[in-house]
Design a protein around this ligand. Structure first.
Ligand code: MIC
Length: 647
């Protein structure tokens, strides 16, 4: 199978392992990206590792999430990150410069390279023929330090795009079609490789839209070929020299193949509260809306804003609708301004926000209670918008604009405005002014990191003891997202550098008594989950904060890839037990005797439910390396012990 693009990318970066699906491989990482909401911990981790200088080809620290400066916390973090970028030799993208993913694709991404990012949407860079993977911050810190990245070898699915998109249907509808077919866990353990004649009509930023939301399918990565479209994109960005061709070989083989006939697609929409709840827009047309929101890494391109402007040209948004425009980068904003689209949007009544993630992660622009918000963002997990009783629907910019015009959910094919042809500008304004390059001699420039009072060191974790006893403090259902475990939003995000404080918010909207109960209970505790536990974001806070509260064991039917690794990295044992909730309930006490020995000796782990006096068998899917990490109490103590052994 060596000739599909995915295998070409993996083989050229393989440090250890083989391409056997499900076995552990280690790959060399060329580039990393970190953003502020996860990056502060990464920088603290680099400090703990005493790193002298980034060992990658390019590492970039972006500030795009925590932009609201309500008090000292977020700006203190910005200064801390700037000092850390200088100290460790990273590029720094200043607050307001824009969202990491499109910026990275424009400025640094290159076909054929690997990218690891502490953000689940890092996979967006697959749009230009990169192997781009989202991971927990600690693994990105290791990659910055020059260590390889370990991952289970995924299977490769070929998604062939055939034909041409009809008017009013765009890239977002393609990825929503994938979510309609496979739901939020259909991609777990897979890399999706897109090929086919339909690619010709998709720009590099259209491909970004599709690759980005591969995260919502749970896929390890999404990969596109690097072709003349990619070359044109890099040329327009003044980086044609970074282009190289990347195509599947003539006999490329795949573990699975599927076809999307683009001409047959229609506008789609994901209903609350899951990106997998996809239906045709016409099924829900007519529902009154409160907000239409355009922007985020899921629809970041110039055309995604320009088409909205063209549709609104000469019109005004319906009374009572808030049209929120969130430009993804200052560069795109400048191009939209140059071409008159900003003025058109403002005249139509749009509210213009600064370039960044903003409301996509609940950092402002929360919708009113129970009112429908149509968003071009990637996620609509419960409460993620910042409003507990929210009703966020995910759709294309065309559907958002058509609905903003009428005030109700509207299939864009039913508007009386003509479908405007929009192309990406061939000679865009290029703005690199908000990127600070790494200094030549980092350590000399910033000997000490600038830490505001809200920045606290990471709590220590403990090795596995000879017997693990844990009381079940919470039982949750299927597809619980990290947004539910560790909420984001303007209220919580400012504590991303302060684990004791952010721990106060763990599971707050699911069970507001959990934190108090965990604190009152002196011993270790367990959580029972359903299928796809921990889907969504890469935030390691969803593991570290509960660990700080005493979580040592999670039993679920299955786990999302990044969260599973984050649990291991912070010494929390993830086990699967079939129909766990039939055998274990809240308040039961579970005991695992000699856990280290059991993990090392096979994939079955004997569990005792001492409340019900029953014996259960759990399974673990840990590689040998993951077992040792877990037994040591997590990745940091494991690294320390390896260092000590070498002395
Ligand atoms: C997200 O979409 O949830 C984010 C913001 O990109 C996160 C990162 C975070 O939690 O800080 C992600 O997906 O990794």
């Amino acid at each position: 199978m060596a000739t599909n693009i995915t295998h070409q990318l993996i083989e050229s970066h393989l440090v250890s392992g083989s391409l056997q699906p499900d076995s552990e491989i280690a790959i060399r990482i060329d580039q990393t990206l970190t953003q502020d909401a996860t990056g502060t911990l990464v920088m603290l981790e680099l400090e703990a590792m005493d790193l002298d200088h980034a060992r990658t080809e390019v590492s970039v620290q972006y500030v795009d999430h925590n932009l609201l400066q309500e008090d000292h916390k977020n700006p203190d973090d910005h200064l801390f990150l700037e000092s850390a970028a200088k100290r460790f030799g990273l590029w720094f993208s200043r607050p307001g410069n824009g969202v990491s993913h499109p910026l990275h694709q424009e400025r640094f991404g290159r076909p054929g390279a690997t990218l690891l990012g502490s953000d689940s949407h890092t996979c967006a860079a697959g749009a230009i023929g990169m192997l781009a993977i989202g991971a927990g911050g600690l693994e990105v810190a290791m990659a910055i330090a020059g260590e390889p990245f370990f991952v289970k070898m995924p299977k490769v699915c070929n998604v062939r795009l055939e034909g041409e998109l009809p008017d009013w249907v765009s890239a977002k509808d393609i990825i929503l079609e994938m979510l309609r077919r496979h739901d939020v866990k259909g991609g777990v353990g897979w890399i999706l490789e897109y090929t086919g004649g339909g690619l010709q009509g998709l720009s590099a930023m259209d491909r970004h839209v599709i690759a980005n939301m591969g995260a919502e399918l749970g896929a390890t990565a999404s990969v596109f070929p690097s072709d003349h479209v990619t070359r044109q994109f890099l040329k327009a960005q003044g980086r044609e020299q970074d282009w190289q061709e990347l195509q599947p070989g003539p006999d490329a083989k795949y573990d699975r193949e599927e076809v999307i006939e683009l001409d047959k697609l229609e506008p789609l929409i994901a209903l609350p509260t899951s990106p997998g709840n996809v239906v045709p827009v016409r099924d829900v047309a007519g529902e009154p809306i409160y907000q239409a929101y355009v922007g985020s890494s899921a629809n970041p391109g110039y055309r995604d804003f320009a088409i909205v402007a063209e549709m609104l040209n000469g019109h005004r948004v319906a009374d009572g609708v808030s049209l929120d425009i969130n430009p993804t980068s200052r560069q795109i904003l400048q191009n939209l301004a140059r071409d008159g689209h900003v003025l058109t949007l403002l005249k139509a009544g749009a509210r213009l926000h600064q370039a960044g993630c903003n409301g996509c992660i609940g950092m402002g622009q929360a919708p009113a209670t129970n009112r429908i918000s149509l968003r071009t963002v990637p996620r609509n997990f419960p409460g993620r918008s910042g409003t507990r009783e929210d009703a966020v629907h995910l759709c294309s910019p065309e559907t958002a604009a058509a609905s903003a015009l009428t005030g109700k959910i509207t299939d864009p094919r039913d508007t009386d405005v003509p479908c405007p042809p929009i192309d990406e500008p061939q000679s865009p304004i290029i703005d690199t002014g908000q990127f600070a390059p790494p200094p030549e001699f980092p350590r000399e420039v910033v000997p000490e990191l600038l830490k505001g009072p809200n920045i606290q060191s990471l709590p220590e974790s403990q090795p596995l003891t000879h017997s693990l006893e844990a009381k079940v403090l919470l039982s949750v259902g299927d597809n619980v997202s990290t947004d539910e475990i560790m909420p984001a939003g303007a209220r919580v995000l400012p504590f991303r550098s302060n684990i004791p404080r952010i721990a106060e918010f763990v599971y707050i909207d699911v069970d507001p008594t959990y934190v108090e109960r965990a604190k009152d209970y002196e011993g270790a505790h367990a959580i029972i989950g359903g299928a796809n536990y921990g889907q969504g974001s890469s935030r390691e806070h969803a593991a570290i904060a509960p660990q700080y509260l005493g979580l040592r064991l999670v039993i679920a039917e299955s786990f999302a890839r990044i969260h599973f690794q984050n649990l291991v990295n912070f010494g929390i044992l993830p086990l699967t037990v079939a129909e766990a909730s039939d055998h274990i309930a809240a308040n039961d006490t579970l005991v695992i005797e000699l856990p280290a020995e059991q993990l090392r000796s096979g994939h079955d782990v004997a569990l005792l439910n001492t409340t019900r006096h029953t014996k259960l068998t759990g399974q673990h899917k840990l590689s040998q390396r993951q077992q040792e990490v877990l037994i040591a109490g997590g990745l940091i103590p494991w690294m320390r012990s390896r260092k000590d052994q070498r002395k």
